[in-house]
Write a protein that binds this ligand. Structure first.
Ligand SMILES: [Zn+2]
Length: 125
């Protein structure tokens, strides 16, 4: 199997109700997002997918979150906008974008909330 990774970022605000007192207050993060794509067949050119195209799609799903108050986005009205759920949200959106390409699987989405803390979503095998 081959795996490739592209990275992008966005800035947004959120409030978390159940984690701890500090997170309950409105605050923001510069989230770093990593998209991992996998597949076993390379194109004739020797790549799984052009990095540019992978990056373009990642940016496409991130754009609606950039400079937003995440709690106001419909998906996060019922589900807390934690890094875990942001990873899940982005995974779902990317899954739709890559659905037509049977050779590539969205393997994992990792969302970095700070330099040292990250959460990932990947489907169970
Ligand atoms: Zn936070």
């Amino acid at each position: 199997m081959f795996e490739l990774m592209v990275e992008s970022s966005f800035s947004a605000a959120h409030r978390l109700k159940t984690v701890n007192k500090k997170c309950e207050r409105l605050h923001g993060h510069n989230w770093k997002v990593q998209l991992f794509l996998s597949g076993s067949k390379l194109k004739r050119t020797g790549v799984l997918l052009d990095f540019k195209e992978a990056k373009r799609r990642l940016k496409e799903v991130i754009a609606p979150l950039d400079h937003q108050y995440l709690n106001e986005i419909p998906f996060f009205k019922k589900i807390s906008p934690t890094s875990e759920n942001i990873a899940y949200y982005l995974y779902q959106k990317l899954q739709v974008l890559f659905a037509k390409n049977k050779k590539i699987k969205v393997a994992k989405v990792t969302v970095w909330e700070s330099e040292k803390t990250a959460a990932s979503y990947f489907p169970e095998k």
